[in-house]
Design a protein around this ligand. Structure first.
Ligand SMILES: [Zn+2]
Length: 426
């Protein structure tokens, strides 16, 4: 008979809120996280956020996002650089006409691989860009491109768009990927239910998001990165409130509202944001995922959001819809065929300083990549200038005037039934 007394005893875990983060992180799979009071976990960080101005007529504010790449004033807009580049534009354009970018952690983990980016010392050095970089976990992109296969309590099940391989993205995996990529601000893995899902499906999405959020908090220990918690809840007021209360109670460095701009009406989107914001701590930076039309931005700044990302300005530019201070301009229209003016006489971007409307229209009509680049450079510069005007108007007390002007100009020729956003109570 084998001597049972020689069998090594299983080491009993004694982890609680006094344990070091490293101890907890090493044992997270064996740990009952419900026994840990996450609010008690303190992390030393080299980053911060400070509110410097508040608008008296709305919840708009100016903040200072203190990153290891410098301090940056909010509100600001970031361009979407999914693969560490855009379509026809790259870091040289981003350096002149953006105040920040957001990359997709999951897509970068597939090509070139997050360990490859880590070898370069992180995403900033890899792409030679020195302003703030966010990474989204990437689930949204995959849902949009239909690479998502399933969602379970464990994580999100995907099929790689590159080689068709199937894999599960878990909170642990995404924290490792985002730590390697080394962006300034990173998003936790969240569970995004598609627009039109039932309330039960949105409840499941909230439950998964909350579980993955607590795991992400325990697993993340890079003192140079903001970790953002994400509020879900679809378009159900009670679920948004529940999610904002829970995510807002945890020691995340920043908070994001996700699961909007997925096909809902403007009223539904503003209601979802409005239901969440009052339950999020005021002193933390707040990001709105996927919203980027000029009129939605001024509206959401007035609801208290600080940073934004969206493909809206660049996607519109590639199709010839140009943003100006008089509203949208359809450059593909025949009236611009012989127009010798620049897109905007007051704009300082490369496109406006160098080319006529007729020339950009000609390039876009031909489907040339150069035309798509010039049009995108202008729209990104417009967004940068818009955010600067928003900050100046908050400082001098004229934000509401700017907001009214932008909404008026960007909602003309739009179905009046969709003008309901302006009715949101605050
Ligand atoms: Zn321009």
């Amino acid at each position: 008979m084998p001597d049972k007394s020689n069998k090594p005893k299983t080491k009993r875990l004694k982890l609680d809120q006094n344990s070091s983060l490293l101890d907890i992180a090493k044992n997270v799979k064996k740990l009952d996280i419900t026994k840990i009071n996450l609010s008690d976990i303190k992390k030393e960080k080299n980053i911060g956020f400070e509110i410097t101005h508040k608008d008296t007529n709305s919840k708009a504010r100016i903040g200072l996002l203190k990153t290891v790449h410098g301090d940056f004033e909010t509100p600001y807009f970031m361009a979407v650089a999914t693969k560490a580049t855009g379509k026809y534009i790259g870091p040289d354009d981003y350096n002149t006409c953006t105040e920040g970018i957001i990359c997709n952690a999951l897509v970068l983990s597939l090509r070139p691989g997050s360990s490859q980016i880590k070898k370069f010392g992180g995403i900033h050095k890899f792409m030679n860009y020195d302003k703030p970089v966010f990474t989204d976990c990437g689930g949204f992109q995959m849902v949009r491109e239909s690479f998502m296969q399933d969602r379970s309590k464990k994580g999100i099940h995907f099929k790689s768009p590159f080689d068709g391989k199937r894999f599960v993205l878990t909170p642990e995996k995404i924290m490792n990927i985002e730590t390697d990529i080394g962006a300034d601000c990173i998003m936790m893995l969240d569970d995004l239910a598609p627009y039109g899902s039932t309330k039960e499906e949105f409840e499941r999405s909230v439950e998964n998001t909350h579980n993955w959020g607590t795991h992400s908090l325990i697993l993340h220990s890079n003192p140079d990165q903001f970790l953002y918690g994400i509020v879900q809840g679809g378009f159900f007021k009670d679920l948004r409130e529940k999610s904002a209360k829970y995510i807002g109670s945890l020691p995340f460095d920043g908070l994001a509202i996700g699961g909007v701009a997925i096909g809902e009406t403007r009223e539904e989107m503003y209601d979802a944001i409005h239901a969440a914001v009052p339950f999020l701590p005021e002193n933390k930076p707040k990001h709105l995922l996927g919203v980027g039309s000029p009129d939605d931005i001024v509206e959401c700044v007035s609801l208290g959001m600080d940073t934004f990302d969206s493909i809206f300005p660049t996607q519109n530019a590639r199709h010839g819809t140009i943003f100006t201070w008089d509203g949208r301009l359809d450059l593909m229209s025949a009236q611009f065929e012989s127009d010798e003016n620049s897109i905007d006489a007051n704009c300082t971007c490369l496109t406006c300083k160098t080319y006529t409307r007729a020339y950009i229209r000609h390039l876009l009509k031909l489907g040339e990549g150069s035309g798509r680049r010039y049009a995108q450079i202008h729209n990104l510069q417009f967004m940068k200038d818009l955010m600067q005007k928003i900050r100046l108007s908050i400082k001098d007390g004229t934000f509401i005037d700017l907001k009214t002007d932008i909404i008026k100009k960007y909602r003309k020729n739009i179905d009046p039934k969709n003008l309901i956003g302006v009715k949101v109570k605050r």
